[in-house]
Ligand binder design. Structure first.
Ligand code: TLP
Length: 356
């Protein structure tokens, strides 16, 4: 195979690789700034007000990353020694270095969901009974869209059903809504349909919305007050954070609707992959901007296949033995998807022919 020009790399590893737009860079340059620890950065204040309003919650807090947002939120929703129900493949459980236990001091109670969606009955069954031997269960965490399940959506009615269980058992409900706008755009409903059934949540500015940094936590005034202290404890109190908030404002104003393009491209990619011999893709799970596929049928490992794609200028993420993740985002056009499919098809063909 001929090697592709390295300047034309197609990066489908994550939507986190998106670069800020020119308008965002300009906004960073011209943002009105102040010391946010004194609550004196007008740009941060504006972003937080906008975010709270958009999500239908009382208050908001800007933090540097999604991981910090989850850690601060879990901690602010619980007391050390509590337990929390979460989905067994959730980001908090898999990819946050166990911060929920190491720092929040919370025992995770993982529940396996169906395409990332927990059954309310399983949530209820996971809640520890009250008693001297048990860590009190005080929180349930959802993830929307669900990353490891392939960008799948937890629908408003599914959220409502889980929140009902949470209320009946006096638990707080929290949503890792890193990609909640993808869910809202995909279902063509206002994002508040997803947020109104949970007590609090976070969303990321730095994924499909193209900001360089930042996530926002939203909830009641009381919760955000606790979260602010916790953010400070973990070293996330920032000074002229308006440089982070300025592109965030543009993201909320202008970058949400275009997520639809990413979804169209993901569908195109998935349908193309489904037609390649040796590659398996579950089209039901392709609901937003992610496409997971399996190379088990080629009798090779995911790392090996990802390396072959990399040689041809296509970047994808290995998720273990035979699973690979691709994510569409701003900067990936229909033509890039077509090139990506051609690269994958050729690599698969070459592997198949070597095995014969
Ligand atoms: N996810 C990253 C990687 O860590 C896997 C990605 O490329 O998808 N919640 C969810 C659902 C996420 O997908 C991520 C990032 C986070 C939280 C953490 O956000 P950051 O990376 O800003 O700490």
């Amino acid at each position: 195979m001929k090697t592709r020009d390295l300047n034309s790399i197609i990066d489908l590893r994550s939507d986190t690789v998106t670069l800020p737009t020119e308008e965002m860079l300009e906004a960073i340059k011209t943002a009105e700034l102040g010391d946010d620890v004194f609550k004196e950065d007008p740009t941060v204040n504006r972003l937080e007000e906008m975010a709270a309003k958009k999500m239908g919650k009382e208050a908001a807090l800007l933090v540097p990353s999604g991981t910090m947002a989850n850690l601060v939120s879990v901690t602010s929703n619980t007391t050390r020694g509590d337990s929390a129900v979460l989905e067994a493949d959730s980001h908090i459980y898999w990819y946050e270095v166990g911060g929920i236990s190491a720092i929040a001091g919370v025992l995770p109670l993982p529940v396996k969901g169906e395409m990332g969606v927990m059954n309310p009955k399983d949530v209820e069954a996971a809640i520890r009974p009250k008693g001297v031997h048990q860590p009190p269960t005080t929180l349930v965490c959802l993830e929307n869209t669900h990353n490891r399940a392939g960008g799948t959506i937890v629908t408003p009615s599914q959220i409502e059903a889980i929140s009902k269980v949470a209320k009946e058992h006096d638990l707080n409900s929290y949503m890792d809504g890193a990609r909640i706008f993808n869910a809202a755009v995909a279902l063509k409903v206002d994002v508040r349909e997803f947020t109104r059934h949970v007590d609090n949540l976070m969303f990321c500015l730095s994924k499909g919305l193209s900001c360089p940094i930042g996530s926002v936590i939203v909830g009641t005034e009381g919760f955000i007050g606790r979260a602010k202290k916790m953010r400070k404890i973990v070293g996330g109190g920032m000074r002229q954070a308006g440089v982070i908030a300025a592109p965030g404002i543009i993201a909320l104003e202008k970058m949400i609707d275009r997520l639809e393009d990413d979804h169209v491209n993901a569908r195109l990619l998935a349908e193309g992959l489904a037609g390649i011999e040796g590659i398996d893709v579950d089209l039901r799970s392709v609901q937003t901007n992610m496409v997971m596929f399996n190379v088990k049928g080629l009798n090779i490992g995911a790392d090996f296949f990802v390396d072959r794609l990399r040689e041809q200028g296509l970047l994808a993420l290995s998720l273990g033995k035979t699973r690979i993740r691709t994510v569409t985002h701003r900067g990936i056009e229909k033509e890039d998807v077509e090139v990506a499919l051609a690269i994958i098809e050729r690599a698969a063909k070459e592997i198949r022919s070597r095995k014969r």
